[in-house]
Design a protein around this ligand. Sequence first.
Ligand code: FAD
Length: 478
Amino acid sequence: MKMDSLRKPVVPTDPSWWFQEALTAEKDIAPCPPLDGQKEVDVAIVGGGFAGLWTACTLKDRDPRLTVALIEAAACGSGASSKNGGMASGYESWVGTLAEQYGADAALAMVRAGRRAQDMIRTFARECGTDLWWNDSGVVRISTHPSHDAKIDKWLEDAARFGLADTVQRLSPEEVQAHCRSGLFRGGAFFPEASNVQPGRLARALRRAALGKGVAIYEETPMTALDRGQPARVRTPRGALVARDVVLAMNTGLTTLVEARRHISMFSSYVVMTAPATEALERAGWTGREAIVDLRQFGRYARTTPGGNTLGGWTGGPIGYRDDYRSPILREDRTNGERAARGLRELVPDLAGVELEKAWGGGVDVSPDRLPFFLTLPGTRIRYAGGFSGHGVNAACIAGQCLASLVLEQRDEWATLPLCTREVPTFPPEPFRVLGARAIRWGFITCEEARQAGRREPLLARALAAVPSAIGMRLGTR
Ligand SMILES: Cc1cc2nc3c(=O)[nH]c(=O)nc-3n(C[C@H](O)[C@H](O)[C@H](O)COP(=O)(O)OP(=O)(O)OC[C@H]3O[C@@H](n4cnc5c(N)ncnc54)[C@H](O)[C@@H]3O)c2cc1C
C-alpha cells in the first residue's frame, strides 16, 4: 500500500481502508449479479448500506414469508457505511437537547431505542461469525478550549435530571491525560456506553446475514426511476422490481427525491488512517481502545484498530449543492483530507511522524435537527430514510426497526418514535440552502481556528456561526 506521512499532502480516494480490509478478510464472497429482467416481490429496498441491510434483515426476522429484494448501485457496504469512524453510540448524550425539542417522554424513548440498537449490534457482532472488531471501550469527549467547557457541564446536568447519571463521567485534565497525553486536552467527559467497530466488516456481515435469510441482493444495479403506483416499480438499467412496498435507503442519494431533499443538507466528512503506530500510541499513553472526540463545532476525532492503526476524522468537509451527491468535493477534496491529518496530528502529537496508509471522504445527509427521519411518500407505500447527520452506525440499526414497523404497519415502540412521527423541519430551498450552509461553515471554522490560535474571532464569522442556534437548527457536532 502507498504510504504518505501524516505531514505530506493527503490524497483522499475511494474505497476506504475499512472496505479494503473487510473484502480482504472476507472468504467466499457470494456473488450478487445485477438485476436482469422484472421481478415481483413484497418489499423492494434501494441501497445496500447499513440502513438498507438492517431493514432487509429485520423484515425477514419479523416475517420470514416476505419476499424481499435489495438493489445497490455499487457493492453493498461501499458507501458511507464503510467510510465512517466506526464509532457507535445511542442518544444518552443528546437527552437534554431532545427534551427541549420534542419533550421529555420522546427524549427518553429515543434513549431507550438507541440502547436497544446498541445491544442489537453488539449481539450481531457476537453471533455473526466474523470478528467485527466490536469494542466497548467508550468515548472520551474533550474540551480543547474554555468555550467547550459549558457543554460538559450541560451533559452532566442533563444526565442527572433524566436519571442517566451513570452514562457520563466528568474527567479532570489529569484524568483526560491518563487516557491519552496531548498538550491540547483540557477536561473532558467519558461516555462508557459508546463502542467502536470495523464498519466495513459490519456492512459486509450484514450483507451475508441478509443473503442467509433469503433476501435477493442485486449489486451494480442503480435505481434509474421510481413509478409511484400500486404496486410501485423500481426501474433499473436492465429490469425492474415490482413491489407492494418500497424502502429508499440511499443516504445522500436521497436528495434525488424532491420530497426528501428539503430535509437534507449535504455535508461531507474526511478521514485518514495511519499505518500501525503501536510505539507512538504507547508514547502517548493511549493504549485503551476508547475513541477520542474533541468538542469543536465541526469535531475532530481519533480511534485505533486492534493492529494499532489510528484513524483521524474531521466532520467539517465541503457542502454539496442540491442533488449533486456524486460531487468530488464530497469525497476527493485534498484540503479537507489534509485537515483530517492535521486534526489527528494536533489531537495526538505523538503520531505526527507516523505514515499514512489511506485517506478518504464521504457525503453526510444532515437534517435540520440532526435527527434521522423515516417517512412515507403521501398516498403511497414508499418509505424513505435519511438525515443520519454523521451519527448513523447506531441509528441505521434503529432505521431497520422503524422501517420494518412502517412496512408491516406495526404501531410499536419503533413506529411511534419521533423519528417516524415528528414534523421534520426543512431547510431553505436552493441556492439559499447551500449558500447559507457554506457561509455558516466558514463562520464555524474561522471562529474555531481563531480560538485555538488565541486570536479574537472576527465579527462576521461570529455572527454567521450564531445563525443556526438563532433559527433553531443544529449544525456541527456540538
Ligand atoms: C467520513 C464519515 C465518517 C463518519 N463517521 C461516523 C461515525 O463514526 N459514527 C457514526 O455513527 N456515523 C458516522 N458517519 C455516518 C454513517 O456512516 C452513515 O450515517 C451511515 O453509514 C448511513 O448508512 P446508509 O445505509 O444510510 O448509507 P450508505 O452506506 O451510504 O448506503 C447507501 C447506499 O445507497 C446506494 N445508492 C444510492 N443511490 C442509489 C440508487 N439510485 N440506486 C441504488 N443504490 C443507490 C449507495 O451506493 C450506497 O451504498 C460517518 C460518515 C462519513 C462519510
